[in-house]
Design a protein around this ligand. Structure first.
Ligand SMILES: CC(C)(COP(=O)(O)OP(=O)(O)OC[C@H]1O[C@@H](n2cnc3c(N)ncnc32)[C@H](O)[C@@H]1OP(=O)(O)O)[C@@H](O)C(=O)NCCC(=O)NCCS
Length: 184
């Protein structure tokens, strides 16, 4: 089952990063990476067309209290969402408390191990402090970069599923699972 989550007061630190709630003043940083072609598409959404679109999503991040901003050298360069997983796709997890991670990083910062660093810290927070039993994480079958991030963080492929993008396209997606008991 999906656990209740509220990260609106939570700040986590890693060697290079601060993971913290989103603020309205993050709009320029957000729009700067969300408008770039080839970023959002890999996570199921299209590049933002204008600042207004980014402003609406940013407002949603703040209201829904489940998404961390990734701050690096004073700038927001990505996000990690503690999303609700699809309970119909993982019915055997009904007795366990879990969520699904979703993440995006500004293209300018790819390939430096930043997302694995952020995701590892958030996994530790969700297992050790919140007490979740498991985490799910998905990637489109062709998304090798996300697959590598997930592998490096301990996730293993669990089930091939169909998902729908925010713009109504059906895609094949590998759903991976990380169990707290696996020691990660
Ligand atoms: C997936 C994503 C978060 C990876 O973050 P990251 O911090 O770059 O992750 P890493 O640095 O660990 O790199 C992951 C893999 O990308 C590849 N990579 C390395 N350098 C790269 C570069 N400069 N450009 C592109 N890809 C690169 C490598 O295969 C690397 O795996 P490796 O460690 O086995 O070499 C980022 O590419 C992204 O935001 N992509 C678009 C959105 C997305 O796919 N989100 C996930 C949805 S499921």
């Amino acid at each position: 089952m999906n656990a209740e989550i509220d990260v609106s007061q939570v700040v986590l630190k890693t060697e290079r990063l601060t993971l913290r709630p989103w603020k309205e003043s993050d709009l320029e940083d957000f729009y700067e990476y969300a408008r770039v072609d080839g970023v959002g598409q890999m996570a199921g959404w299209l590049p933002h067309k204008d600042r207004e679109e980014s402003r609406k999503i940013l407002r949603m991040f703040i209201d829904e209290k489940k998404t961390f901003a990734i701050e690096y050298e004073g700038k927001v360069i990505g996000s990690v969402g503690i999303e609700r997983y699809d309970e119909e796709k993982l019915p055997e997890f009904q007795e366990k408390a879990g969520r699904e991670l979703g993440f995006v990083l500004s293209k300018d910062y790819w390939g430096r191990g930043i997302m694995p660093e952020a995701v590892r810290r958030i996994i530790r927070y969700l297992f050790d402090e919140i007490g979740l039993d498991f985490l799910a994480c998905g990637h489109y079958v062709e998304n090798e970069r996300s697959k590598r991030v997930q592998e490096k963080c301990g996730f293993r492929h669990y089930r091939l599923v169909k998902t729908e993008t925010s713009y109504g396209e059906e895609r094949d997606c590998w759903l991976s699972v990380l169990d707290r008991a696996s020691g990660n």
